[in-house]
Ligand binder design. Structure first.
Ligand SMILES: *Cc1c(COP(=O)(O)O)cnc(C)c1O
Length: 431
């Protein structure tokens, strides 16, 4: 199967993180998100060890909380001594509420409001990843008012198209994020940042996109960023102490996707960077990376119950489940691939090619097309694999569907970390 935390037991049930998914579906109902704590920790350690080995003790991976932002995740990140990347005051609040040490938080976003800036400083966020000049001035004003010096990185766009889906590629010059190196705006922003009295410019950041399988886009981006570091030194006499390479390493969603060796990728990137530093005559800055998807994606799966099977002769088989785009909008948004299996009938022959449809009043509410399954029956449990990232994080109440519950599985036991929403929750804010 696509990840080593999946197996099949003697009843023909799907086992995830050592637990029978059928038993969990019966006990907690569906739709149901499951998380594998050991897998999350394993991924953190892969990044931490590989980065320490390749870049030295000053390196730190930051978990990008937008992939899955929930208090229990920040407990794990604190215990694993990861840094974090936060993108809104809501994420700052969640991490802070979970007791995460906010000095190791990096605050992103292309439009931080004055209130976001003030709130993040109030919570002691260590770094702002500053996107533009307006934000730079907002940070300066707030830091001045508080009598503090705020550490920042500048977000730059290196001009890389990582050949991934347009909606999730962010490193090109024409991007809403950051200041472009190519147009001279990055250097101009650096100059302004250095002239602010209450800002400590620590270095630079880039993030080129998501779900990238190759190492070339990362080594290319790192090379462009290191050249920029060298230019800033030559032109402004400024030495960047930190370089943040963003997130984006891919995840295996389908059997045909490659298995990614994250440690090996980091070693390749580091080797190229050491060569670039030597030829540019600069020291290697302290390195940050911001994995989101690759930390949590295959640590998650979602269970659903089959309602109906509709066969349209000459067209297709629609199998409808008790969730859909409100708990996983990613196929509807950008045709994201997912593996779907019949968790209750893992040993049955997969003889029916199905379109897995959600229950919303929306034709585009599909979870996946072209899925081979044993001919589905009402009551079967389907598992959509690799849903740990960008599923609950993107969930909505569309069609007034209450959001699912989430269980954390560890050491053969489950812990409810998110209760299922009730109908009362749906009207909670209505006056
Ligand atoms: C989305 C994002 C990440 C995480 O990307 P993944 O593809 O989930 O690893 C990291 N940094 C920034 C700035 C992002 O926007």
């Amino acid at each position: 199967m696509i990840c080593n935390n999946l197996s099949i037991n003697e009843k023909g049930h799907l086992v995830f993180a050592g637990m029978d998914t059928m038993e969990l579906a019966q006990k907690y109902g569906t739709p149901l998100y499951l998380l594998d704590e050991a897998k999350i920790r394993e991924k953190c350690r892969i990044y931490k060890r590989a980065m320490a080995r390749e870049f030295g003790a000053s390196a730190l991976p930051l978990y990008a909380g937008k992939a899955l932002c929930i208090k229990d995740i920040y407990r794990i990140m604190r215990e694993e001594e990861m840094g974090i990347d936060v993108v809104s005051s809501g994420e700052v609040f969640t991490a802070h509420a979970a007791g995460f040490p906010m000095g190791n938080a990096y605050f992103h976003g292309n439009n931080k409001t004055d209130r976001d800036v003030a709130y993040a400083m109030e919570c002691g966020v260590g770094y702002f990843v500053c996107d533009n000049e307006e934000e730079l001035f907002a940070i300066e004003r707030e830091a001045n008012a508080r009598g503090i010096t705020q550490k920042i990185l500048l977000r730059l766009t290196p001009g890389i198209d990582p050949h991934t889906h347009k909606a999730i590629s962010t490193g090109r010059v024409d991007s809403k994020f950051g200041a472009a190196i190519e147009t001279g705006q990055a250097m101009a922003l650096t100059r302004v940042a250095l002239s602010q009295a209450h800002i400590d410019l620590r270095g630079f950041h880039c993030h080129i996109g998501s779900q990238i399988f190759e190492t070339e886009p990362f080594t290319d981006a790192a090379d462009i960023m290191l050249r920029f570091v060298a230019s800033a030194k030559a032109e402004l006499g400024y030495t960047a102490r930190e370089l943040n390479l963003g997130g984006g390493m891919g995840v295996r969603y389908l059997e045909e996707h490659p298995t990614i060796d994250y440690a090996e990728n980091i070693a390749i990137i580091a080797q190229k960077m050491r060569e670039a530093c030597a030829s540019l005559g600069i020291d290697m800055p302290a390195i940050r990376m911001e994995p989101g998807r690759s930390i949590v994606a295959d640590a998650g799966l979602t269970l659903y119950t089959v309602g109906t099977l509709k066969t349209i002769p000459g067209f297709r088989h629609y199998v409808s489940i008790d969730g859909g785009m409100p708990d996983n909008p990613r196929y509807a948004l950008y045709q994201s691939p997912y593996s779907v299996v019949a968790a209750s009938r893992m040993n049955d022959k997969r003889d029916t090619v199905c379109t897995v449809a959600g229950r919303c009043c929306e034709s585009g509410d599909l979870i996946q097309e072209g899925v081979p399954l044993p001919k589905p029956c009402r009551g079967d449990i389907l598992a959509v694999l690799t849903t740990g990232a960008y599923n609950y994080a993107m969930a909505s109440n569309y069609n007034r569907l209450p959001r699912p519950a989430m269980l954390m599985l560890a050491d053969g036991r489950e812990r409810l970390i998110l209760r299922r929403e009730t109908f009362e929750d749906l009207i909670r804010n209505e006056l």
